[in-house]
Design a protein around this ligand. Sequence first.
Ligand code: NAP
Length: 461
Amino acid sequence: MKGITSAILSQNLTSDDFAALPIPESYRAITLHADEVELFSGVPVQDRDPRKSVHLDDVAVPEVGPGEALVAVMASSVNYNTVWSSLFEPMPSFRFLARYGKLSPLGRRHDQPYHVIGSDLAGVVLRTGPGVFAWRPGDEVVAHCLSVELESPDGHGDTMLDPDQRIWGYETNYGGLAELALVKANQLMPKPAHLTWEEAGTPGLVASTAYRQLVSRNGAAMKQGDNVLIWGASGGVGAFATQFALAGGANPVCVVSSPTKAAICRAMGAEAVIDRAAEGFEFWKDEHTQNPAEWKRFGRRIRDLTGGEDVDIVFEHPGRDTFGASVYVARKGGTIVTCASTSGFRHEYDNRYLWMSLKRIVGSHFANYREAWEANRLIVKGKIHPTLSETYALEDTAQAVYDVYRNRHLGKVGVLALAPREGLGVRDFAMRERHLDAINRFRVRPTADRCRTPQAGGFAF
Ligand code: NAP
């Protein structure tokens, strides 16, 4: 792999040079093992330790099929789907691979006794398969994680509706937490020239998800002046929702669980911030009983911050713990848009507050290529910034997954794959200089208050 890394670092090779680079037979990858799916059998989800199930192995380089690209991964990131797959929750991801394996001879390559996970990358194209003309070896790229077959008419209005829509590196094999990755060429997007490899390798999944969920007409279609309640506003999807709200002229009301996270939201430009831990919001009296008095107190707190207005949009993902409150606090005619259920997927809410006040619940999942491209375009233009807080070596990925599961992180956690150290990959230094403060605002020292509120076991991908 050294030849490939040196070629990328040298920055003076042509596309033909990259196409001529020898590809090794195997590469190092973060894997789960099919023979370990019972590892946590009988262990409650909240007590499972992903450090036991996440491995670093050598795996064979897959054949590159039509419409595909093999990418040298300089850096990747930990997403929450990495957490779910490593906990084998709500089901082992090997079931997705088996299903993909039945689809076609190309799908069969994915059905292996190991699963190379990871749904982000920044790197360089090494090979393209037949029928790929938009990308060439040597192109510096990032990848979004939507893998579609598009053989059915259903996906041709919105590719997220394709019946064979999969999340790369979660529902497919050969993901981004590795030295090499196999993607469909229509997952590729240009790497922002002013960012390092590890900065560029972190936004893909979460920025695209937040863009569709909040901005796109397929989601909440946010407009100028909207008040937007954002749960986990300094976390993976939330920190991008906060930035999209601010960039689009909306007013984010950011909910977080520590002073460090509140400070990050303010650094992004948000004025309205609620520290849910400091203010002691308890939306459930016990496991089975919600506490509407707390929804009301929460609604009053939001009005304090908005000059008496309710929120037009609630950006939901915690799920069971917060959904009742989310439905309650949305304004008449407002939208609750959800992409996940981290704390539990069986939601309870008082339907009177939904129908009598003509509110809408909208489901949102990842993003189509156009939406992912728009999110990346805003990063390329320096209007939206990465949220990288810490970077781990590939060997330490299991610890990184554990830290995200325990809610010890801020923004996004990066992983170096082929990049030998942080700080490499910047091509436009002048632009970087202009945005340096914004790029660095999540890089604050870890503090004890980071991990006050571990996340419970629910599910989203
Ligand atoms: P993350 O980086 O861990 O951030 C989530 C934040 O939500 C946490 O930092 C926490 O912030 C807040 N939170 C967690 N549990 C909570 C609870 N019980 N009550 C209130 N707030 C809570 O994760 P992420 O990357 O943003 O992902 C969030 C969820 O979205 C995950 O379940 C993930 O799988 C899902 N997701 C879905 C899609 C999709 O396409 N469907 C895409 C991306 C992510 P505070 O502690 O600061 O409040």
